[in-house]
Every structure is written in C-alpha cells, then in structure tokens.
Design a protein. Structure first.
Lengths: 291, 133
C-alpha cells in the first residue's frame, strides 16, 4: 500500500473543509456582486447626463479658456491604477498590473511616469519591483466605493495638472462587462476629451438659460465630471472584483470536488486492498493449520 | 395644478424622487426658488440648505454640498457632491469639526491653496448645525 488509509482520509477531510470555505466565499462574492453591480448600473445614467451637458457646453463655448480641456506637450504622466485589497480573485489584479507595466514600457517610455495606486495589490507589486508610487491608497474601496474618496484623490490630481506638474492623467482598471468577463480598460482622464464621441442635441444649449453664464457652469462641471469618471472606474472595478472572485471560487469548488472524488476512489481501493490482504492471511493460516 | 418632478441624487445614492410643489436651493450667485412653470435653466450650487415642499407632505430641508441643478419643463434634476439629511447629523461631532476648521481657517493666509477648501468645510458644518437646530 503506497499511502495509508488514514492519510487519505485526512486529506479528504482537509479538502472538504477547503471546499466549504471556497463555497462560502463564492456565495459572499455573489451577494456583494449584486450590490456592486447595482451601484455601477444606477450610476451610469447620471454620468451620461452630465457628459451630454458638458459636451454641448464645450461645443458652444470658447472652451480653449479652460485649462482642463487643453492639450500640452506630454512630459509627465500620472497613471491611476485600481486594484483590489484582497486576493483570491484569479487574474483580476494581475491583468491590470501587467497592462500598467506594458504601457510604461511602450506608450509612455521616455516620459516621466508617476503612479497613483489604489488597492493593496498594486502597492505590494510595485514595491517589490522597486518603483515608488507618487501616492498610494488602500482599504478605500471596501463594501462600496465612496464618492468622497474619489473626489479627494482627484482634487490633488487636478491641482497637479493645473500646476503643470503633470500633463496627462490616465486611469487603468477592470471594466465590468459581465460576470465572466472583466476587461482591462485604460482611460484618459485629463485633459478631458469630449465632443465628437458624445451625441448631443443641437438645441440643448439654446434650450436653457445659464446662471451665471455658460463658462462658469462649465468650469464648475468639469472637475465634477473627472471625479465622476474616477468614481465610475472604482465602481466598475469593485463589481469586477466580486465577479472575478465569484468565478475563481466557483472553479476552486469544482476542482476540490474532483479531487475529493479521485481521493475517495483511492481510499476505496486501499481499503479493498487491505481487506483482501487480511483474507489471504486468514486463509493461508487455515491452510497451514490443516497440514 | 402643475407640479414639479423632482429627483435629487448624489453619485452614490438617490436622496429624493417624487412630486413637489416648490424647491429652493443655494445657487453660486444667490439663493433661488423654483415653482412649476419655471423657465428651463441650468446652474451650479453652493454649500447650503435646500428646501423642498413635496406634494401633500410636510416640507423639509436637506444640506447640499455643491452640485448641479437643472430644470427642464418642470423636471428638476440635481446632482450633488454630497447630501446630508437632518437625522444623519451628530450635533456634537459637527460642533467639534466646525471649531477645528474655524481655527484652521484663521491660521491660513487668504491666498493659500487650501483656503477655499477649508472655508467650504466651515460653511458646511455651520449649515449642518443650522439644519440640526
């Protein structure tokens, strides 16, 4: 007998326990996913509404006045990387980090890249590689993403952009497509790109009176819009994280089940072998006594 | 009788959705009120109290911290950065915070980058106490 029966039994027991844990984690992730997904979906219409209004304002005002819309020679780039705080969610974090490194080597090579990291995973990853982030936040996206946090982070980023310390700001995150698919997305936050891509009603601007005037409204709305973009990315990432964890835990539960199956088979074989062995011993001893 | 369809939201939650007869809000250039039949307009909001008179219910106030206000044919849409309702306020906490930011503000020079941010916070907690009282 290669492995003793007791060993196999212990192994089965421990795998069963693991399976229970992964099963529970899957359920928890599923429950959290529902909430996060709802938050992400209810947020989209507001964002679109604001985007439409801004788009029609941008096309109808002399928006060159506004710093947040102005393109510059790109020397310094800020990248906001959104990962999760906790693991066990498959390749979720890894995909984002890989994309970040790829961008640093290709598109932004030769430029001064500063990282703003959200989530523990990004921090440990870049710490290990000896890259010091400009800023790092963890434990800010827990059960729900907070708009006030997004606003806080963006306040600083916008200030740096206006000071001329950074010329471009991007955000990298997992977009929640559906439960099985999270797509790594890179989005340019600053300078704000808007206009052609947004279908805006021609008469939207004429329809309204603006108080005090269009320029002031636009100036107030743009930072809000950028903050909402980051908040939206946080929501998407949170929903994606739970979805990824759910899929990963589902796979783990299935794998554990398969392992238990094959181990039970092995256990039965070992038991049968020991019974056969005992029988042989008994019969041979009887045969021996007869003589 | 004409009425207003009101929806007040922050990025993370819906605060009020329903039919109202009157709403007043703190605009950047002064407080204003909207009754049914108001012309279409768009403005940005300051920190302050919003008063709502819902249809056939008691009127109430909420604290709004900056936002976007839009009226389109009696449909009112407000996106606020932050909204605080009366029962969410902890008076002692608000008082402490107010004192803290007040003293911070008095030590800042007018041209400091943080001056505007802190004075907004002072205003927020002042209004908070006003709402709670």
């Amino acid at each position: 007998m290669a492995v003793s029966m007791r060993d196999i039994k212990r192994k089965i027991g421990s795998i069963q326990k693991t399976q229970q844990i992964t099963k529970a984690m899957k359920m928890v992730a599923a429950a959290k996913l529902r909430k996060a997904q709802e938050a992400a979906l209810t947020f989209r219409p507001f964002r679109n509404k604001l985007e439409q209004m801004i788009a029609s304002l941008v096309t109808s005002t002399s928006h060159l006045e506004n710093e947040l819309l102005r393109f510059r020679d790109v020397k310094n780039v800020d990248i906001i990387v959104i990962t999760s705080d906790r693991g066990l969610c498959g390749a979720f974090n890894h995909n984002v980090l890989k994309e970040t490194e790829r961008l640093m080597k290709t598109k932004f090579s030769g430029k001064n890249v500063n990282l703003i990291l959200i989530g523990k995973f990004a921090q440990t990853y870049f710490k290990f590689r000896g890259i010091k982030p400009k800023e790092a936040f963890s434990e800010i996206i827990k059960d729900r993403a907070e708009y006030s946090k997004a606003s806080e982070i963006m306040d600083k980023v916008i200030a740096d952009f206006l000071n001329g310390e950074t010329d471009e700001v991007h955000v990298i995150f997992n977009r929640f497509v559906n439960v099985l698919i999270q797509r790594v997305t890179v989005k340019k936050l600053l300078p704000i790109m808007i206009g052609d891509k947004v279908p805006s009603e021609q008469n939207m601007v004429e329809k309204f009176t603006f108080e005090p005037d269009k320029e002031t409204v636009l100036k107030e709305l743009l930072p809000k819009y950028v903050k909402m973009e980051l908040y939206g990315a946080m929501l998407e990432s949170l929903a994606g994280e739970h979805a990824a964890r759910m899929t990963a835990m589902d796979a783990a539960t299935t794998n554990a089940g398969e392992m238990i199956k094959s181990l039970t088979l092995e256990f039965n074989k070992a038991r049968q072998a020991s019974i056969t062995k005992e029988l042989i011993e008994i019969t041979t001893s009887i045969e021996a006594m007869k003589q | 009788m004409p009425e207003l369809n009101l929806s007040i939201v922050t990025p993370s939650r819906k605060v009020f959705e329903g039919v109202a007869e009157y709403i007043s809000a703190p605009g950047k250039v002064g407080e204003f009120g909207v009754l049914p039949g108001h012309e279409n307009f768009v403005t940005v909001l300051d920190v302050g109290l919003v008063e709502i008179q819902p249809k056939e219910k008691d009127k109430f106030k909420i604290l709004i911290v900056g936002g976007y206000f839009e009226v389109t044919e009696d449909n009112i849409f407000v996106i606020a950065d932050e909204i605080i309702t009366k029962d969410e306020i902890d008076r002692d906490e608000a008082k402490r915070e107010l004192e803290k930011y007040k003293s911070e503000l008095s030590s800042l020079p007018f041209d400091d980058a943080n001056y505007e941010r802190v004075s907004r916070l002072v205003k927020k907690f002042e209004k908070m106490l006003e709402l709670a009282s």
